[in-house]
Design a protein around this ligand. Structure first.
Ligand code: ZN
Length: 247
């Protein structure tokens, strides 16, 4: 694994650039994010009002069925009044009639409340939709602008993909599979930059792994810098490299 560090670092940086470009291509661009969030928030609000109206309509239908059924019962009981023979039966029937009358009242109240709610929500929905129209148009315009920018981003993705492929081709198979294995094991971050740490007044310069902060021995730093070999961090096993501006 000697002398391949430079192309491996290069490959790693290109893959990172490709990931960023892919995210840009498939995600929401930064300049659209705020509008996107406002748009989806307001759209959600409209959906919520529509669901609330549907729920109120259902409540109204149920209440109307309840009233209808209670009225039917009431009619039956009224007829039965002429047929009872004892005072006790008469009393029991009156009680039943009271109960169904109460059910009619409750049902009517519930239906009325539902109708009022449907009215109120309907007005709210109309206002929301009106306010949404302008935002929706603005959003559609930005979306068109984004669609127009997409081909350039797609082009960048294609170029980066080609560069990644070319860099991979230039590497020996064993080096590449070593890189891929580490990358897979470490969630796509197979490399770590060595960082220089100097504690004030406390002796010599120290070097640490930029990913896990484990100490890197000075001779390893020299080896990485001079030989270009693939040396892994003793702790997190990432391939170590020295950033060009680090001295
Ligand atoms: Zn490490």
């Amino acid at each position: 694994m000697s002398g391949h560090l430079e192309p491996i670092v290069n490959l790693h940086h290109t893959i990172t650039e490709l990931d960023v470009a892919l995210e840009r291509l498939h995600g929401i661009p930064d300049w659209m994010r705020e509008l996107h969030e406002e748009h989806s928030g307001r759209k959600q609000k409209i959906d919520d009002i529509e669901s609330a109206i549907e729920a109120a309509r259902q409540q109204r239908r149920q209440a109307e069925v309840q009233v209808e059924e209670a009225r039917e019962k009431q009619k039956r009981y009224q007829k039965q009044i002429n047929e009872v023979s004892t005072q006790r039966e008469y009393g029991a029937l009156l009680q039943e009639i009271d109960t169904v009358k109460q059910q009619v009242n409750e049902g009517e109240e519930s239906a009325l409340a539902a109708m009022e709610q449907i009215d109120r929500l309907g007005q709210e929905l109309e206002t929301e939709r009106e306010n949404f129209r302008e935002l929706d148009e603005r959003y559609a315009a930005e979306q068109r602008k984004w669609e127009a920018e997409k081909p350039a981003v797609a082009q960048e993705v294609a170029e980066l993909e080609a560069r990644v492929a070319a860099l991979r081709e230039g590497l020996p198979r064993n080096v590449l599979s070593h890189f891929d294995r580490i990358s897979e094991r470490l969630d796509g971050t197979p490399l770590a930059a060595i960082q220089r740490v100097q504690r004030p007044g406390r002796g010599p310069v120290e070097w640490h792994c930029g990913a896990c902060n484990y100490r890197v021995r000075p001779q390893v730093v020299v080896e990485v810098r001079n030989s270009g070999d693939l040396v892994q961090c003793e702790s997190c096993k990432r391939i170590l490299y020295v950033e060009e501006d680090a001295t």
